[in-house]
Design a protein around this ligand. Structure first.
Ligand SMILES: Nc1nc2c(ncn2[C@@H]2O[C@H](COP(=O)(O)OP(=O)(O)OP(=O)(O)O)[C@@H](O)[C@H]2O)c(=O)[nH]1
Ligand SMILES: [Mg+2]
Length: 193
């Protein structure tokens, strides 16, 4: 069993990618989705598409819901033992904290990886307002996915790519469109799907 944490800012394309990942594993996947509001929009989308999803409300899985996350992981392992658990934190969470929680849970996955999504289309606006937070959120990713390349212009893609490289030059950057599917083959093979 592997655990993949799909991190990235609000609206960067996490849920869209999650659905494609789940499809790839032919349904042998359970998703944990941390919802921000009271109504689970992402969880409903994923469940309506026929995938297994567990929604966690009322807090953040990288801080207040740590115990809940760990119990959920143990329960999933017991009930489903899926090939893959995908975690979608909220857009304001820090994925490396979640990785640490997975590490100290009782499930001992073969692999826990952080996939950090960066929105190439909104990159310039976001980095201007939130650079420090984005750096903290993404810098410990095991793989960078530069998303929305179908919509972003070349200058934004180049700027976002250079910025990601400055965060961690050793981490691979793959340009993708979660919407059109461009680059996903490469991304999935890097994730080991
Ligand atoms: N053009 C384009 N739009 C995309 C792509 N990926 C996601 N989107 C759109 O971006 C919006 C946000 O996508 P989501 O997948 O919901 O993003 P998210 O990171 O899960 O958002 P939150 O859970 O609210 O933080 C939606 O309107 C998607 O259709 C992409 O590759 N290209
Ligand atoms: Mg989402």
């Amino acid at each position: 069993m592997k655990v993949c944490i799909v991190g990235g800012f609000l609206g960067s394309g996490k849920t869209t990618l999650l659905m494609k990942m789940a499809k790839r594993t032919k349904g042998n996947t359970v998703m944990i989705i941390n919802e921000m509001g009271e109504i689970g929009v992402d969880g409903s989308t994923v469940k309506n598409a026929g995938y297994n999803a567990i929604e966690l409300f009322d807090g953040c899985i990288c801080c207040t819901l740590v115990g809940t996350l760990q119990n959920t992981l143990i329960q999933i392992k017991k009930d489903f033992d899926p090939e893959l658990i995908i975690i979608e934190p909220t857009g304001l969470a820090l994925p490396h904290k979640i990785k640490e929680m997975v590490r100290t849970s009782m499930i001992e996955p073969e692999l826990t990886m952080i996939v950090g999504i960066c929105d190439a289309f909104r990159f310039k606006t976001l980095v201007k307002k939130k650079e420090d937070f984005l750096r903290m959120q993404l810098s410990r990713s095991d793989l960078f996915l530069l998303n929305k390349i179908d919509k972003a212009d070349n200058a934004s893609i180049k700027a976002a790519s250079a910025w990601l490289e400055s965060l961690n030059p050793r981490t691979r950057i793959i340009q993708i469109s979660g919407l059109t599917g461009e680059g996903l083959e490469d991304a999935f093979s890097e994730i080991g799907l």
